[in-house]
Ligand binder design. Structure first.
Ligand code: GRF
Length: 220
């Protein structure tokens, strides 16, 4: 196997998607290794989780910088110091400027808990329920300056069930996220996909695999 891609994960909070990537990367045949986890929030629970898993962590508190650009310079340097080749945003709650996004063009992934391009931004699950959609899901995409937009790498669909609240729907989608993100990072890190124009295409001979990861419907 060719060298594993060096991945840095950006978090702001609990880090459950981060944990799913760390777990996947334990497999010897996984094409990526997690070399650093960076949080913009001191004390983010994900930092302790990463440290327990033996992954080096950094905290770069955005509040300690006089400008967005200065914060991003520090973030960029932390990633460069760790020889990062790919970034995975996993619940990272800072908008990034064009300069940072362009430096990592087609090398920065994000996960969002909706079937993009529907329901970008915050309060995703509430808005999906208000809209009455029957299928919800999650998306991993390459990052662009526009929030929750960019070439789509992989998506998973989950059903919306009668009686769902934003919390029950979020929990069902989160399970799918934990399977989808490792799958999407594998596609990118192994070179199975690349961006052409502004969509993701598969290399010759590569197959997308199952598009839907929906868990079985509960009984009753
Ligand atoms: C996830 O739902 C992710 O899709 C969204 O923020 C949440 C982060 O959760 N961007 P976690 O920190 O990975 O547990």
């Amino acid at each position: 196997m060719s060298a594993r891609k060096r991945v840095g994960i950006l978090i702001s909070g609990r880090g459950s998607n981060m944990a799913s990537l760390i777990e996947a990367a334990r497999a010897p045949d996984y094409p990526a290794e997690i070399v650093v986890v960076v949080s913009n929030r001191p004390g983010a629970p994900g930092l302790a989780r990463a440290a327990e898993a033996g992954i080096p962590t950094r905290t770069i508190d955005h509040k300690g910088y006089e400008s967005r650009e200065a914060f991003e310079r520090a973030l960029h340097m932390a990633l460069v110091d760790a020889d990062v080749e790919l970034i995975c945003n996993a619940g990272f709650m800072r908008l990034l400027t064009e300069s940072f996004v362009e430096r990592w063009h087609d090398r920065q992934l994000n996960i969002h808990p909706s079937l993009l391009p529907a329901f970008r931004g915050l309060h995703t699950h509430e808005r999906a329920l208000q809209a009455g959609v029957r299928i919800a899901g999650c998306t991993v995409h390459f990052v662009r300056t526009e929030m929750d937009a960019g070439p789509i790498i992989a998506q998973a669909a989950v059903p919306v069930l009668p009686g769902d609240t934003p919390d029950t729907l979020a929990a069902r989608i989160l399970e799918a996220e934990h399977r989808l993100y490792p799958h999407a990072l594998r596609l990118v890190a192994s070179g199975a996909v690349r961006v052409a124009g502004e969509t993701v295409i598969f290399a010759k001979g590569e197959r997308p695999g199952p598009a839907l990861f929906s868990p079985p419907l509960p009984e009753g």
